[in-house]
Design a protein. Structure first.
Length: 224
């Protein structure tokens, strides 16, 4: 296991990070950079920034730097930053949909019924009143401690000079999981990974649970 915990199945693609939240000296504070995917563990104790790279040449220090800054700031301030972007952006409907997704993850607390009612209209008149003065109507919500953030790279292979504490999931890792699945989509995906990224199969023994009547019979098997 790379991480060791189960995830909520609701991932958020293109998770926006307000530039002014991670860099106090920047002029365009309410513009954003996007993280490919945001995920959170089922128990809400851990969060993940997942960056997908299909080409090793697309890794760059500037992007790695803002990921580390966002990690250091913490999720509470990042969520507050999203609300601040909503105040200024013209793409309010896009950010309102993001608020609903974050509410689904129990990370933001606000009048959901009120927001959904506003979004049924052609305009979002009344949004400022819903958010309240200084955005007091919408707040980050954590059950206890703020989630710890980890940065994960999903990429073709390992980098020779990567940092020791960097978490990397390679396409080989993905292939050696997906190849065991029986559905046609997984089979096609595993074939694509193998054909396009010169992946070597690992001789992995995987536990399979077979339900027989009321008995659960564990078996071990492998594919080559």
């Amino acid at each position: 296991m790379k991480l060791g915990y189960k995830f909520d199945t609701n991932f958020i693609p293109e998770f926006p990070v307000r530039k002014g939240t991670i860099d106090k000296g920047i002029k365009d504070k309410n513009s954003s950079v996007n993280i490919d995917y945001f995920a959170i563990s089922a128990d809400k104790k851990n969060a993940v920034f997942l960056e997908l790279k299909t080409d090793m040449g697309s890794r760059n220090e500037k992007q790695d730097d803002y990921l580390k800054k966002a990690q250091a700031v913490g999720l509470k301030d990042l969520l507050t930053g999203i609300v601040e972007i909503l105040e200024k952006t013209r793409a309010k409907r896009k950010y309102c949909n993001l608020l609903l997704k974050l509410n689904d993850l129990n990370l933001l607390s606000f009048d959901r019924n009120g927001l959904e009612e506003l979004m049924r209209n052609d305009n979002l008149r009344g949004l400022s009143e819903l958010l309240g003065k200084n955005n007091e109507g919408i707040q980050p919500e954590f059950n206890g401690q703020e989630p710890e953030i980890e940065i994960v790279y999903l990429q073709p292979d390992l980098e020779k000079n990567k940092e020791n504490n960097e978490i990397v999931i390679t396409f080989c890792d993905v292939y050696n999981i997906v190849r065991f699945e029986r559905d046609c989509v997984s089979r096609e995906f595993s074939r694509f990974l193998k054909d396009n990224f010169c992946i070597q199969e690992l001789n992995i023994w995987r536990p399979i649970i077979i339900l027989s009547g009321e008995k659960i019979i564990p078996e071990l098997w492998t594919l080559k």
